[in-house]
Design a protein around this ligand. Structure first.
Ligand code: FMN
Length: 148
């Protein structure tokens, strides 16, 4: 049954890849994630840049908590830092079993005003922990910017 708004939940985190991930590694990860997420009615977005991941997953509360445990235990990354773990009124990534942007080639100058320091310290910036709406606004920016 699709989650009602009462039990809709979002989790967002950053992490560090255990090793450099090439295109094949990332597409393996995404294929696996999208298949499972479709089945679990989980949606979200993943960013990758210079061995840093940032991901938001959203779905039914208990399903999401279980999935997050699995993801945290995945040996392909470590140093998982939770930035957001909260109820949500609506999905931000409706229709995306896992949107993905590879940001390795993006220069800070390519980002809009006020966002250029997002890359200064990778996705591990302490700014992100202080204000989860900042990290989320980055994900929404890349969602709306489409593929590049
Ligand atoms: C950065 C990262 C993001 C991931 N995101 C998801 C995801 O959104 N959904 C998912 O099912 N698995 C995701 N995975 C994979 C899971 O950690 C795990 O490998 C997968 O769920 C299969 O687990 P199982 O072998 O225990 O069934 C991700 C892994 C990494 C490293």
């Amino acid at each position: 049954m699709p989650p009602t708004n009462d039990n809709l939940h979002q989790i967002m985190y950053t992490s560090t890849a255990a090793q450099h991930m090439d295109v094949a590694d990332l597409s393996d990860l995404l294929m696996q994630a999208r298949e499972t997420n479709n089945r679990l009615d989980v949606t979200g977005m993943l960013l990758y840049r210079k061995k840093s991941f940032m991901q938001l997953i959203e779905g039914e509360h208990d399903t999401l908590v279980d999935l997050y445990e699995t993801i945290q235990a995945d040996e392909r990354h470590r140093n998982v830092i939770t930035l957001l773990d909260d109820h949500a009124d609506d999905r931000d990534f409706e229709g995306w079993s896992m949107a993905f942007r590879y940001l390795g080639d993006l220069a800070p100058d390519d980002l809009p005003e006020g966002y250029s320091n997002f890359f200064d310290k990778g996705f591990e910036a302490s700014d992100l922990q202080e204000d989860s709406s900042y990290g989320k606004s980055m994900l929404l920016y890349f969602r709306d910017a489409g593929e590049f």
